[in-house]
Design a protein around this ligand. Sequence first.
Ligand code: C2E
Ligand code: MG
Ligand code: MG
Length: 326
Amino acid sequence: SADHVTVSMGAALAPRDGLAAEDLLRKADIALYDAKSNGRNRWSFFEPSMQEHVRTKDEIARELRKAIDEDLLDVAYQPQCDSRSGRIVAIEALARWNRRNTGPVPPSSFIPVAEETGLINDLGLWILRRACQDAHCWPDLVVSVNVSPTQFKHPGFVEKVSATLEEFAFDPGRLEIEVTETVFAGRDKKALQSLRRLKDLGIKVALDDFGSGYSSLSYLRHFPFDTLKIDRDFISAMTDSPEARAIVRTIIRLGQALGMTIVAEGIEEKQQAEYLAANGCHRLQGYFLSHPLPAKDLDEFLADHEIQMEMKHQSLEVERLRSAEF
Ligand code: C2E
Ligand code: MG
Ligand code: MG
């Protein structure tokens, strides 16, 4: 059953690891952290290499704090097209950090640190502000912003989102907030309440990485999501696996039945995009269309894309006229 207790233990040895009690306790704590992060229910003895890990994490947190305060973060925007018209209808805002001296750090490294240290609250609001500011140039596009579970539990989160929208005169209906199913972890009702209040403001709510977790289906009954994002793993598996294709088709139908907008992410091949479009997936996102782009490059992308659409439309029109002639 789920009602069992596990024990994780960390240990440091005197005199090998030090003599002062304080030093030993600190190192035992680092070892404990190692035991927990390696799957729990185990023990670890302190090793100097563990300290390195902790130190770099502290360092990342410190520099990230500075980057937030000094506006050194960035947002990249990845376009999504409507599968029928081909037009760009939405963009996903993705955090970018060009760390001094070391270069770009992937979100998969700094977002978890930000979550663990609570920095995600300020970081998340920073991203939202920047996205609202930037998106003024693209009034027709829906803007998707990722929000971590921690943020929903932070006091005043909903008020801050709403104040940001007002400050930039940003239509709440254009904002889509992406959450993962971990938002439902634990018995905390606070996150769910915050989600409801966001929805009451007119903000759209998307379930990100759908299918990657454990009990996704039950979550669809807990909250009326507007949008369902099919996890990238299913999309990349589609090419070789008929099972993956069957699952994707079924997710699309499930979403349709629940009145949701279905988005596929991580599409790398044209064939995948065509298959998804043919099966009724509404929005398509992935490298096949565009990588995430800095705000200044998105304008050019949108203009080029518009021209391409126009050309395709014209050639279809020519074909239509031609075939009418015969
Ligand atoms: P996500 O929200 O699922 O975002 C999609 C990720 O897939 C992005 O990675 C994007 O660059 C990548 N991607 C898009 N198309 C393709 C493709 O065709 N192939 C492949 N292989 N990858 C593709 P990124 O930017 O590295 O972000 C990773 C994750 O970090 C995000 O996953 C999200 O969970 C988190 N993240 C990023 N920005 C933020 C943020 O501002 N706040 C929060 N809370 N999390 C964020
Ligand atoms: Mg996302
Ligand atoms: Mg995702």
